[in-house]
Design a protein around this ligand. Structure first.
Ligand SMILES: [Zn+2]
Length: 182
């Protein structure tokens, strides 16, 4: 796809109000990915949310490329997704696409020797390189180092274990930039 194509919608502003994610997200995403599937994307983002909730170590987690922080949801033992999301913003800046959303979920919290059910709203902002949107063969378990060409499991790596070059998952797949309770 030609680069000029992206300029026309390079900055769709954050409206600051609830608009229909189900209608708008495919409209925006199909401009950069003709095969975009809303259901697949929403499920994929929920998988990222679960990884963020159930990981102790964000520092070595490849799917997280945001500011250093601790997991504040460590007492969550399970999570259900309502199926409803709010799209806060979508924009393309250079070769990267950014999607900012809120997920409406039910979480189960272990506290005082019992499990409590709670409705929550989680904020997640993700990013990826728009030139690799259509790569069905990509696997986090087998990424390729852009410097030395070695392949390795990047689940818990931010650097290539062979040549130590930084590996940015955002060039191959969606990564989390911001995450937390609203
Ligand atoms: Zn390498």
């Amino acid at each position: 796809m030609a680069k000029t194509l992206f300029k026309s919608f390079a900055s769709i502003p954050a409206m600051g109000r609830l608009y229909s994610a189900k209608h708008n997200l495919p409209k925006y995403m199909k401009q950069i990915d003709s095969n975009f599937s809303y259901e697949y994307f929403v499920g994929k983002m929920f998988a990222l949310i679960k990884m963020m909730i159930f990981s102790d170590d964000y520092e070595n987690l490849a799917i997280y490329e945001g500011q250093p922080m601790q997991n504040k949801l460590k007492n969550v033992i399970d999570i259900d997704f309502s199926g409803v999301i709010r799209l806060n913003s979508f924009n393309v800046n250079g070769i990267y696409c950014y999607v900012d959303m809120n997920y409406y979920i039910t979480d189960y919290i272990y506290k005082n020797n019992s499990v409590h059910k709670r409705r929550d709203e989680l904020h997640i902002k993700v990013c990826r390189n728009i030139h690799t949107l259509q790569n069905p063969n990509f696997s986090l378990k087998r990424v390729e180092c852009k410097s030395c060409g070695a392949s390795f499991d990047a689940t818990h790596e931010h650097n290539c274990p062979y040549c130590q070059s930084p590996y940015h998952l955002g060039d191959d797949d969606w990564v989390v930039l911001e995450f937390g309770k609203v």
